[in-house]
Design a binder for this molecule. Sequence first.
Ligand code: CUA
Length: 170
Amino acid sequence: MSTPTPQAPEPAVHIDPYERGWMIAAISMLVVFAIAVAIASYSLGIQLPAPEARVDPNTITTSGPFANPGLRELAPGRYEAYIVAHGQGWYFNPRQISVPAGSEVTFYVTSADVQHGFKLEGTNVNMMVIPGQVSTLTRRFETAGEYNWVCHEYCGTGHAAMYGTLTVTP
Ligand code: CUA
């Protein structure tokens, strides 16, 4: 009587070669995207706009930093810009700020009423402006010129008129 010859064990999971190829492609893309996100955030300084703080939209015009909005110079070449978006009358307060070239500006933007947007043309400064929340982003301005910001969230009849200007002087 002969013992049965042992057979090679079946592989636990059979993967079709095409499926294996697509799995490798999908995982490779995830790795590429993760590397791209890491390079963008650590090397290129591209940041997500983060909610900086909460404020009461009913009291921002009477107390806190937004009661007196505008530009504050922290140090030579270092500025903070406090800006309030108003949906009644559709304007930004202030509508115009000016800094010398080479300055770094941190924008703090909030809304007095409804949801607005803040997009500084030609830059990656692009935030939603939400009542009750302060949106913030920092950017350095090396090149002199005029940078217009616009409201890019539809906020009512006067939405298209909501803009302002950052002037970077030589
Ligand atoms: Cu404010 Cu659109």
